[in-house]
Ligand binder design. Structure first.
Ligand code: NAD
Length: 261
């Protein structure tokens, strides 16, 4: 499965799942625009990896996706740099865990802005080009928390449910134009976002991170193993294929059985 000649933009691709997706798409020959926070040396190292290992064109945008204007500029920059944008992966996301009555309103606003509104602004800017070329793939990285809830994650669960809803609406609107829109709903993936939660849990309970890894998986996933960023990259790549041309509007679980029970 090749994506030669195609251009992909993956938000939040300096780390974790987004980086796994960017590697999978570049490995198939797509030019990529990376995005996310990282120091200049780390960005240069990543760009070098993509050029040398995958032999693709690569660019980087440091856009803060919590800012609508920055999102619009990032999409315009991708289109200007590469002449087109075929695959948009809305992946950037943050988490905050607290009981709802103690949930800081500024954390609520930030999570809604980054995990939900950024996808709206990016889709709004990228869809016209995809429609005009009659081909496009939009992949929203939601979560098992886009389908079911856990306590203390009011903003995250609300944003991810919203992202699944947005996915369905845009899928219907884009359907006549050869553009598919899907949501990937991962369970636990061992990335910095989850490592922080494990460290907090270990601190609170006086346990170790290793003990909390086992406890976390046992709480929600019948399959007691983490999904890897590479596995999510592979699913994203499949969604870009011709074989997946009629998969649209779907929340796709990759969660060790989490939402099955
Ligand atoms: P991560 O912390 O490893 O990566 C997050 C990325 O988003 C980083 O590149 C970071 O720089 C970027 N980012 C954060 N705020 C940003 C902003 N304002 N503007 C631009 N970039 C920003 O986290 P991850 O686990 O790889 O998470 C990626 C996505 O996957 C998130 O949407 C998350 O909700 C989702 N997800 C993660 C898990 C999991 O278990 N790790 C499970 C389900 C869904």
């Amino acid at each position: 499965m090749r994506l030669d000649g195609k251009v992909a933009l993956i938000t939040g691709s300096t780390s974790g799942i987004g980086l796994g997706i960017a590697r999978a798409l570049a490995g198939a020959g797509a030019a990529v625009m990376l995005n996310g926070f990282a120091d200049p040396a780390a960005v240069a190292a990543l760009e070098g990896e993509f050029r040398e290992k995958y032999k693709v064109k690569v660019a980087y945008s440091g856009a803060d996706v919590s800012k609508p204007e920055a999102v619009r500029e990032m999409i315009a920059e991708a289109e200007k740099t590469f002449g087109r944008l075929d695959v948009l992966v809305n992946n950037a996301g943050i988490q905050h865990v607290a009981p709802v009555e103690e949930f800081p309103p500024e954390k609520w606003d930030a999570i809604l802005a980054i995990n939900l509104s950024a996808a709206f602004h990016a889709i709004r800017a990228a869809l016209p080009g995809m429609k005009s070329r009659q081909w496009g793939r939009i992949i929203n990285i939601a979560s098992a928390h886009g389908l079911v809830a856990s306590p203390y994650k009011a903003a995250y669960v609300a944003a991810k449910h919203g992202l699944v809803g947005l996915t369905k609406v845009v899928a219907i609107e884009a359907a006549p134009f050869g553009v598919t829109v899907n949501a990937i709903c991962p369970g636990w993936v061992l990335t910095p976002l989850v490592e922080k939660q494990l460290e907090d849990r270990a601190k609170q309970k006086g346990t170790t991170v290793e003990q909390e890894k086992i406890a976390l998986l046992a709480e929600t996933q019948p399959m007691h193993r983490f999904t890897s960023p590479e596995q999510i990259g592979a699913l994203s790549l499949f969604l870009c294929s011709e074989e997946a041309a009629t998969i649209t509007g779907a929340p796709l679980s990759i969660d060790g059985g989490w939402v099955a029970h």
